[in-house]
Design a protein around this ligand. Structure first.
Ligand SMILES: [Zn+2]
Length: 326
């Protein structure tokens, strides 16, 4: 009797535990932890030159930052590109390390800690690619916005102790001239001063050792040609480099979106110092790059930001990214 009772109890227990088991479906929908990507660097060979794209980070831009385009058109383009409408327009910050064989040149440097926790990975990714910051001998800056210049230093100390930093004279005169803020409309002065503070902190260690230099149009630095692409900022520059019969152009911020500003290239962005001129520059450069087919390296196009610009009608453009190559 005792045994029978015991077996009944066990059966009831077994049944109840079976009944209590969650259905198989519930197990399957348990969330899978988000996995980090591998280190953000990508090697691209151009003739005898090795270009390493370095990811600084990614974030989302509000669609409201794009100017001169109806909101409905923005929504339509983002839908076409399968962009997450709720989050906004994804942007990447990339820098480029160019090993010319005789020089190691960094084009732009990322944000360091200037733009929050999503950014600041350039040095980590440079090391992951097998280089050391001390090996960089030249830094070319397309302009002095914090997402391009802040990465050269960390808390007032040069991150590339053996490098000379180059920027256009018009760019240095605009951001580093103490009289400039007073020339701006009152409502723009405080944002300008905040930006200048970050720029000054980044360049100071290089100025102190006389490793901060300016260039002008027509100068050649370590084999790089200077191309004037002013508009986004007053001294904004792009850099061309040739190897054999191939050419790459480091375009800087002539474009901030592979979707909206390629589909509608006359769209400005809130960060443009001179939006009208920035649009003219983009139209002229897009036409030139689409016609001649140079390889393009861009800081704000999806990582690695290397590819080509195509146009069927010279009005709308398309970004053709490089294909992954081993
Ligand atoms: Zn930028």
């Amino acid at each position: 009797m005792k045994t029978l009772n015991r077996s009944i109890v066990l059966t009831v227990l077994a049944l109840s535990s079976f009944m209590a088991m969650p259905p198989a479906q519930a197990v399957e929908t348990k969330s899978i932890p988000h996995q980090k990507q591998v280190a953000g660097f990508y090697q691209h060979q151009l003739g005898n030159v090795q270009i390493t794209a370095l990811l600084d980070g990614t974030n989302y831009l509000s669609p409201a930052l794009f100017k001169g385009i109806p909101a409905a058109k923005v929504t339509q383009i983002l839908k076409k590109y399968y962009a997450d409408q709720a989050k906004g327009v994804q942007t990447s910050v990339n820098a480029f390390l160019v090993n010319t064989g005789s020089s190691l040149v960094l084009v732009d440097s990322g944000s360091s800690s200037c733009n929050g926790p999503n950014f600041g990975s350039v040095i980590k990714n440079l090391k992951a690619a097998g280089y050391k910051p001390e090996q960089v001998d030249t830094i070319l800056l397309t302009h002095l916005h914090p997402d391009h210049v802040c990465g050269i230093s960390d808390k007032g100390v040069a991150s590339f102790p053996n490098a000379t930093v180059y920027v256009a004279d018009a760019e240095a005169n605009y951001w580093l001239n103490p009289k400039q803020a007073a020339k701006l409309p009152q409502d723009k002065q405080s944002r300008f001063k905040q930006t200048v503070e970050k720029i000054q902190q980044a360049v100071q260690p290089y100025q102190a050792t006389k490793h901060f230099k300016t260039f002008k149009l027509g100068d050649k630095i370590k084999g790089f040609d200077v191309i004037s692409t002013a508009g986004h900022t007053p001294g904004h520059s792009s850099f061309g480099f040739k190897s054999g019969n191939e050419e790459i152009v480091f375009i800087g911020d002539i474009v901030h979106s592979h979707s909206i500003q390629f589909d509608q290239p006359e769209t400005a962005i809130d960060f443009d110092v001179d939006p009208k001129k920035a649009v003219q520059t983009r139209l002229a450069q897009f036409a030139r790059l689409a016609k001649n087919g140079q390889t393009v390296a861009a800081p704000h196009l999806p990582f690695p930001g290397i590819g080509h610009i195509y146009s069927a009608d010279a009005k709308h453009y398309q970004w053709i990214p490089v294909h992954f190559k081993d």
